[in-house]
Design a binder for this molecule. Structure first.
Ligand SMILES: NC(=O)c1ccc[n+]([C@@H]2O[C@H](COP(=O)([O-])OP(=O)(O)OC[C@H]3O[C@@H](n4cnc5c(N)ncnc54)[C@H](OP(=O)(O)O)[C@@H]3O)[C@@H](O)[C@H]2O)c1
Length: 294
């Protein structure tokens, strides 16, 4: 490997939302080599976005690179790594990495190369926004020490905050990020549906009546943590209100009651830590949630 970062060449296989964003950011400190997609048009669009690199398709005529980013969808990472190996361009000294949250570096199955996974906890839905909003992004990193040693400073230089994650806990780590990001969206959508069922008429073109509550709750949670931020009937030990909610949920979609009860149980644990509600009232609520959450 070259000793100076500026003479490293990075090539990317699968320059979609994440790949093109990271290559654009890395282009300030690395030489960008080939941008390899299945489709020449999408490879060209990625090169235009990145501002450098050569658009390429397939695994013939690949040029050497010190760093290989495989940013295809998760289910093609392993076969892409195998195709890269079979192309003959890969040297033993090259580092190969992917950015999947759920797969570990081992999934690349490249025994002769140092490999790593670096998972940015960031939604790359819009690459144009991501290049300006990436600074401060936490990135779970694991893999072989030689690869981590090179990749960690590269990610730090583009403003990321890498932290070590154990390879064997990668799936649990990813489940946590999915629950916090994707399921939070689903939870808010369920709340909107319940509000509509209660007769509140939200206009599609005006802000949701829940918007201030969502913003205050997230702000309080991020500022003070879960136990201090928790308010509401379970935190107060108000079992009559919980009973009324469960009654109102009868006849509504089963999913609403299941989610209400499952998250109610998680809320009981936080309420016990908070200490505002009596143990007896929390036990009454726990029984109600058990009966209705089956
Ligand atoms: N998006 C996010 O918010 C996010 C966040 C964190 C981590 N990640 C991880 O980043 C990786 C990429 O995700 P993404 O959302 O950027 O995917 P994406 O937008 O769907 O892009 C995937 C790219 O891979 C190319 N591709 C697909 N199969 C290929 C193959 N067999 N060979 C070469 N190129 C191929 C596609 O281009 P062609 O169709 O032109 O080939 C496309 O440009 C995944 O591992 C994902 O888990 C994504």
């Amino acid at each position: 490997m070259p000793s100076q970062l500026s003479i490293f060449t990075l090539s990317c296989i699968g320059a979609g939302r994440l790949g093109k964003t990271l290559c654009h950011l890395f282009s300030k400190q690395l030489h960008i080599g080939q941008i390899i997609n299945r489709n020449q048009e999408s490879a060209k669009l990625a090169v235009d976005f990145i501002g450098c690199g050569q658009a390429h398709t397939g695994f013939c005529d690949l040029k050497p690179a010190n760093l290989w980013l495989i940013a295809t969808p998760d289910n093609s990472i392993k076969q892409t790594a195998a195709a890269l190996k079979n192309s003959g361009v890969l040297r033993d000294t090259d580092i190969v990495f992917h950015c999947s949250g759920s797969l570990s570096a081992d999934s690349l199955a490249l025994d002769n190369n140092a490999t790593a996974s670096v998972h940015p906890i960031h939604s790359f839905a819009n690459p144009q926004n991501s290049v300006t909003q990436f600074v401060g992004t936490a990135c779970g990193i694991e893999g072989q020490p030689e690869a981590v040693h090179v990749l960690q400073p590269l990610f730090e230089n583009i403003g990321a905050a890498p932290f070590a994650i154990a390879s064997e806990h990668k799936s649990l780590y990813h489940a946590a990020t999915v629950m916090t990001c994707n399921y939070l969206v689903s939870l808010m959508a369920l709340g909107e549906q319940m509000l509509a069922a209660s007769g509140v008429d939200s206009q599609a073109d005006s802000p949701s009546p829940l918007e201030p509550l969502i913003r205050q709750t997230l702000d309080n949670y991020l500022r003070t943590g879960a136990v201090s931020a928790l308010t509401g009937p379970i935190a107060r030990g108000d079992s009559a209100t919980i009973e009324a909610h469960l009654g109102a949920l009868q006849g509504q979609p089963d999913l609403w009651q299941k989610v209400y009860c499952a998250l109610g149980n998680a809320t009981l644990e936080l309420s016990a830590q908070q200490g505002q509600a009596s143990a007896d009232s929390l036990a009454t609520i726990s029984n109600l949630l058990d009966v209705h959450g089956q």
